[in-house]
Design a protein around this ligand. Structure first.
Ligand SMILES: Nc1ncnc2c1ncn2[C@@H]1O[C@H](COP(=O)(O)OP(=O)(O)O)[C@@H](O)[C@H]1O
Ligand SMILES: CC(=O)N[C@@H](CCC(=O)OP(=O)(O)O)C(=O)O
Length: 249
């Protein structure tokens, strides 16, 4: 297979219609000459729907505690809404996009993180379905829902899911697009390069908090396991001329 890139489009960027439409236009164009897997979350969409159902939720180290009601809403928001919108947008721009989630084709098997309710952590990626799609010229658009070995649905953080897929496919490039210009230091300046051995202290001294924690951990995991080029960048900057933070061994 020719060069393969995993792009994770964060919910923070789906909030901004201009960023989203520019991104979908660019991605559709690039997908004609390069193999791409798009992974997405949708934290803000989940929050909007939870509010409508008057369900409150809390986060532990950037991960949402997910009870049974929250899980239904998460699936509704990610597979029922965000996945549909991104896939339709790509198709409108001429891409051969196919919307799935990690559970489809048992693509991502996770184990339950019991202290977080129905939250899953990827333990195995079955490449078959995604491989078939890519080889047939489709652009997989993957929502961050997966199932455990028994088929129970779990809420998986989209950064973690993207990292597990990028690692399993040994991709050349993994790009996390978010709403900030990379990892920022305490003065709000972009840190141009982070080595994986520096990550723990950036979390301990609270330079990196909240939603940036699963992102940087996903970067570390994929860099350690052989993904060559891993970026955290701003959605608006796109994926052709990436500016942001590169994570290195
Ligand atoms: N050091 C940091 N640099 C940049 N952003 C950070 C940092 N620490 C925490 N964050 C937060 O992480 C957010 C991005 O994570 P998140 O909201 O989960 O985005 P996404 O939906 O794109 O995954 C930023 O908007 C910012 O509030
Ligand atoms: C377990 C967990 O935290 N799951 C995330 C899934 C969505 C996500 O990751 O969306 P972003 O890309 O916007 O971060 C959540 O419930 O918010």
């Amino acid at each position: 297979m020719s060069e393969l890139t995993v792009v994770k489009f964060g919910g923070s960027s789906t909030k901004n219609p201009q960023v989203q439409s520019k991104f979908l236009e660019e991605l559709a164009l690039i997908s004609k000459r390069q193999n791409i897997i798009l992974v997405h979350g949708g934290g803000p969409e989940i929050n909007v729907l939870l509010e409508k159902f008057a369900i409150t939720s809390k986060f532990v180290n950037g991960l949402r505690f997910t009870d049974a009601d929250t899980l239904s809403v998460v699936e509704m928001a990610l597979s029922g809404k965000v996945n549909r919108i991104l896939t339709t947008g790509l198709i409108k721009n001429g891409a051969n996009a196919v919307g799935i989630s990690g559970k489809d084709g048992k693509s991502v098997i996770c184990r339950q993180v019991e202290q977080l309710g129905f939250v899953g952590e990827p333990v195995k990626v079955n490449r078959k379905l995604i491989d078939i799609l890519i080889k047939a010229g489709f652009l997989p658009v993957i929502a961050s829902i997966a199932a455990d070995a028994k088929g129970n649905i779990m809420n998986v953080n989209a950064d973690t899911l993207a990292a597990s897929i990028a690692t399993a496919f040994k991709v050349q490039k993994l790009i996390f697009l978010t709403d900030v210009a990379g990892v920022l230091d305490k003065n709000n300046n972009t840190i141009k390069e982070i080595k994986i051995k520096e990550i723990n202290s950036l979390i301990e001294d609270k330079t990196i908090t909240g939603g940036m924690i699963p992102k940087i951990k996903g970067c570390a995991e994929s860099v350690k396991k052989g993904v060559k080029e891993v970026w955290i960048a701003e959605g608006i900057s796109g994926i052709q001329k990436i500016r942001g933070t590169i994570i290195k061994k």
